[in-house]
Design a protein around this ligand. Structure first.
Ligand SMILES: [Fe+2]
Length: 375
């Protein structure tokens, strides 16, 4: 009998050790959520922390500038930061954005890149909305929790953690924070409507999960009654593409051997996809992504998907009612294709429709909406 307390003590110590070592497996636990919006003065406010609302300027489109995959190692940061700063400054001057979206992979191995890039973007004085990339989740420079705190500490950053434990990365046993919503709202007199709902996913290192899709559907069910007489459409931003990017480009692509400049020629695409542009130079990195997410998104009014991750893909294809957009990579970090550095402009109209433009940057020359022959 004397052995029982001893065994219990050993078990207790083992449990304590396990907890202290941080090896307790985290489990995603989302069930459901909803939010409401109301007007306070000329601002729309939400009853939920992870929903942000930005006013659409009167009499003109809402302009989003997307940058992605800066992904600088320590050495690259030292050598290339001036180049990145000049590029983003030029993109901002050209597009005059109301919101900067950052699609992940801030750094590639050291926190100085994370901090330097965040500080620079915030210094532009424009609201900015980042998501995590796979390298941000891999402790590549800074632990994900710390990077989330860093995002939240910047004055102009609208990043939110999102619902607790909505997603957990299976490879690193860390919570995928940063699932949140930014609504573009039109405020007139004493009323408002949501023009478009921008939904930001942390796609971790493996891609979006079923629970995140369930959360997306709850978000759209929450916002659908705020469109006035129009349905509310959404645009989804995530680092890792979903499976259907492959289906879309296989339908549209006539040849993978076109240059970025040639991709603007309608004859470079299969019939029915002549409005496409951009290139498909590497595999679609959806990792564990499975078919079916596109239908879920479309069913709730999503008409635009924006991803990064694959640095030498830049295609923009409308396939079965949804635009599949690879954002143009920002800078030369890690790997890149010469002549394919810059950012992507998304102009959102009062009806929620949108136009996409890649802006190509060349040192000493500035930004152009078509590839140039400077290189
Ligand atoms: Fe990536």
């Amino acid at each position: 009998m004397r052995r029982i307390p001893a065994v219990l003590a050993v078990l207790f110590c083992a449990l304590l050790l396990c907890c202290c070592s941080g090896n307790v497996p985290l489990k995603a636990s989302y069930t459901s959520s909803s939010y409401t919006l109301s007007l306070e003065g000329d601002k729309v406010v939400s009853d939920t922390d992870w929903v942000v609302n930005l006013n659409k300027p009167k009499d003109r489109d809402f302009v989003i500038l997307n940058i992605t995959d800066i992904q600088l190692s320590t050495t690259e940061y030292i050598l290339n930061f001036d180049h990145i700063r000049d590029m983003v400054t030029s993109l901002v001057e050209k597009t005059k954005p109301d919101l900067i979206t950052y699609l992940g992979d801030m750094s590639y191995g050291h926190w100085c890149s994370d901090l330097g890039i965040c500080s620079f973007i915030d210094s532009l004085g424009i609201p900015w909305a980042p998501v995590f990339g796979n390298h941000d989740m891999e402790d590549s420079g800074m632990a994900p929790d710390t990077l989330a705190q860093v995002f939240r500490s910047f004055r102009n950053c609208v990043f939110r953690d999102g619902p607790n434990l909505l997603a957990v990365d299976p490879s690193y046993n860390v919570e995928d924070k940063g699932n949140y919503v930014v609504n573009i709202v039109d405020v007139k007199d004493d009323a408002f409507k949501v023009v478009k709902s921008l939904v930001f996913f942390n796609s971790g290192t493996e891609g979006a999960t079923d629970l995140q899709m369930q959360w997306y559907q709850d978000c759209m069910d929450s916002v659908c009654s705020y469109g006035g007489s129009d349905p509310v459409s959404s645009a989804v931003f995530m680092h890792i593409p979903i499976y259907e990017y492959r289906t879309a480009i296989l339908a549209a692509c006539k040849s993978r051997y076109v240059t970025p400049a040639e991709s603007y020629d309608p004859s470079s695409w299969n019939p029915g996809y002549e409005g496409s542009f951009g290139v498909w130079y590497e595999g679609i990195g959806y990792k564990s992504g499975k078919p079916g997410f596109a239908d879920l998104l479309k069913a709730k009014g999503n008409d635009l998907l924006v991803c990064g991750h694959n640095h030498t893909n830049s295609f923009c294809v409308n396939y079965e009612g949804m635009t599949y957009l690879y954002a143009l990579k920002t800078g030369p970090g890690c790997y890149y294709e010469e002549g394919m550095e810059g950012g992507t402009e998304i102009r959102v109209s009062a009806s929620g429709s949108f136009d996409v433009t890649h802006w190509y940057f060349y040192d000493g020359q500035g930004c152009f909406d078509r590839p140039q022959d400077f290189i």
